[in-house]
Design a protein around this ligand. Structure first.
Ligand SMILES: *Cc1c(COP(=O)(O)O)cnc(C)c1O
Length: 415
């Protein structure tokens, strides 16, 4: 079984005539479908909203699609705030979920009217000094030993994010004393999670905490933000998250915990990035060399500088060789890039059909945290990003970097 592509080999060849590999290509139809799947799953929840995590795919054309789908943005840096502003997502359509935050970013977020989601109790003072306490405030909760995490985000006890249970009660008390009247609460303890039960359990945990805080401190929550982290199937055969099961489970928890405590109506927010764009982005590269050493190596014109997830997390990304559908996968190889760095691999011991120089490979599920994590180590330049429109036309939404871009920050004077 193989994974589906939104374009045929012929279409890909045409695209490659105008756009040298490597490049990223995003499928607008697929992105909109994922966005609607999420929105529809939570249509029972009045005011449900996804704040797309800008860091997943920070491109204005992608964010414009998010805006059209009714999403806000989740920002965590100055450039992300500015990007959001530039496409007209401002005010409480921005969730500012930063950590180790510089003051000027607090200032900018407050200036834009964003919802500020504080990561630490000491940030209250910093926010107050930088910009004053806004009328609505949210805190990020870290359950510590009460919840297990996964490889990307780590064990909550080891995680740098969020307030402890004790701190979070204290924080809302302080905010109430400051005269804040509008509140939200947030958590994100896991990333790329495919288990609906785990995600439902996180909602249950946060609902219970909201009720406890409400009862102890006497504040009412306007929203409960469950963060991002809904996973996508990377391997053929992985089961996608059953969105109706997830939605039903969260609805059940809402009705059992929120409603009896008198907290209804409270809006449910999410910050999903990967679920929306992840499966709808592809890295297209060509084979530069096939080398047979102690192992077989298939060397591409892309490197881990274009996609670092396999090297960083050992992530599996499926690879399709264009035009070899149905051929037996008799070549066991490592798929590598050209960095002078031995973990520059897209796949290890992967079974592929027999390949040769010039064949085109498509690396799947890179639409989120893919291009965005790119870097320039070893003088490797970031690739172009293309958008495949619903009518099949192609729009280049980011040009490839040039050597001049690479040199732009250097000072050659007096050399
Ligand atoms: C990265 C991040 C997200 C998005 O995570 P996905 O796995 O893309 O859904 C959401 N919220 C916060 C705070 C994040 O750091």
């Amino acid at each position: 079984m193989d994974k589906k592509l939104p374009f045929t080999k012929n279409q890909a060849e045409k695209i490659m005539q105008d756009n040298p590999t490597p490049f990223y290509i995003y499928d607008e139809n697929g992105i909109r479908e994922s966005a609607r799947k999420l929105t529809e799953a939570f249509s029972w929840s009045e005011g449900f909203r996804n704040f797309f995590a800008v860091k997943a795919t920070p491109n204005p054309h992608i964010l414009k699609i998010m805006k059209e789908e009714g999403f806000g943005t989740d920002c965590s840096s100055m450039p992300e705030l500015v990007l959001s502003e530039k496409i007209g997502i401002v005010g409480e359509n921005i969730m500012f979920t930063s950590n180790d935050t510089p003051r000027e970013e607090f200032r900018k977020a407050v200036e834009l009217g964003a919802i500020i989601n504080l990561d630490d109790i000491t940030h209250i003072r910093m926010l107050k000094e930088a910009a004053g306490i806004p009328g609505i405030i949210c805190f990020r909760y870290n359950p510590g030993p009460l919840k297990a995490g996964n490889i990307i985000i780590g064990n909550p006890v080891e995680a740098k994010y969020g307030l402890t249970r004790e701190q979070i009660f204290e924080a809302y008390k302080l905010m109430k004393l400051e005269g804040v009247r509008r509140f939200g609460i947030h958590t994100m303890v896991v990333s790329n999670m495919l288990d609906e039960e785990y995600l439902i359990d996180t909602a249950r945990m946060l609902f219970k905490l909201a009720v406890e805080i409400h009862e102890e401190i006497g504040i009412k929550f306007e929203f409960i933000n469950l963060g991002g982290g809904i996973g996508i199937p990377h391997k053929p055969g992985d089961k996608p998250v059953d969105m109706s099961k997830l939605s039903e489970g969260i609805k059940d928890a809402y009705e059992k915990i929120i409603v009896p405590a008198g907290l209804h109506p409270v809006k449910i927010f999410m910050e999903c990035g990967r679920f929306i764009t992840g499966p709808n982005g592809y890295l297209v590269a060509k084979i530069r060399h096939v080398a047979r050493k102690y192992k077989n190596f298939v060397g591409l014109d892309a490197t881990m500088a274009n996609l670092m997830r396999p090297a960083l997390y050992g992530a599996y990304h499926h690879i399709t060789v264009l035009g070899k559908k149905g051929e037996a996968k008799t070549l066991v190889c490592d798929v590598t890039g050209s960095l002078c760095e031995n973990n520059d691999k897209f796949a290890i011991d992967r079974e592929l059909p027999q390949v040769k120089e010039g064949d085109t490979l498509v690396i799947h599920d890179v639409g989120a945290h893919g291009h965005a994590m790119g870097f320039q180590y070893n003088g490797k330049l970031r690739s172009a990003e293309l958008l495949m429109k619903p009518d099949g036309s192609i729009r280049r939404i980011r040009r490839p970097e040039t050597i001049d871009d690479y040199f732009a920050t250097l000072d050659f004077s007096g050399i």
